[in-house]
Design a protein. Sequence first.
Length: 322
Amino acid sequence: MLILNACGSLKTREEIQEGDAVPTGTVSRPAAPPVAKDPPVSAPPAGLPHPAPTPIPAPAPESFLTKEPPRVGVILGPGGMKAFAHIGVLKEMSRARLPIRAIVGLEWGAVIGGLYAGQGQANDVEWKAFKLREDDIPGSGLLSKAIQREKASDLSAFLNTVFTDQKMERAKVDFACPSYNIRSEKFGWWNRGYMKDSVSKCIAYPPYYTDTDGWLAAPMAIEEAAAYLRAKGMNLVIYVDVMAGGEIFNSALTGEHYADYVLWAEARRQAARKQLPGVNVVIRVNAGQHGVTDFGGRRQLMDAGVNSSQDIIGNLVKQYGF
């Protein structure tokens, strides 16, 4: 038996040459793999395929990777009485808890924006804005269907009532409004001092008002407003366009105020551009038959603002996790 076992361990010369040069008299057995509880992470042995890499999860949306949600700035566009639609948009933003850090108002958007800035409460805006009485704004002449243009300072009774002695520096939400001086040809921002004084310089625009000490509203300053908000650190800028559809003037006023109609038509065209520099989101409100002088349609205008903004605001909340 010993002789047979010894013979079984011998190899021929051919086997040795075909092998891996194993020294004579040794037994070639594959080495047992080392036992380790936690194998080290290293490249696999030569000759073996590399394992498939572990899939990397898709990155979350950018807003969820940041510590804070975007800083929201809102531009309330022009529209005369159509600006009451802004109240509906602000109410919807409030309901969705979309945080507004800064706000700019163009023309009558300045009234609504200033009211919101004071307390940052949409319901407060509604309560105060509806204190506007029909005799607070210019009416038609006795012998003409045309609106008799007045100074914006004639609105002081309403502005004193809703703003009292509110200082812009003490507003809860950062607010500003722009205007243009037709005498000095300078464009300026109003963001300090008494709210009522600044707003009166930002709303003067036909057919209701003449200039205030040379200052007229700047209803087409959308790009400037977006740049202002971005300089304030806002990185999500929303423009609310209440001129998106429907009438501008009724047919009678269009004839009497044709030059004014042309100004408003151009303001609408500017806001309707597909690309508004600096603006991320546009909310367009179709106010239907309610024009810029339609005092009686204020409640319907506010409802139109709610209905036109619900889906867009809902999508923003989902996208950015407000």
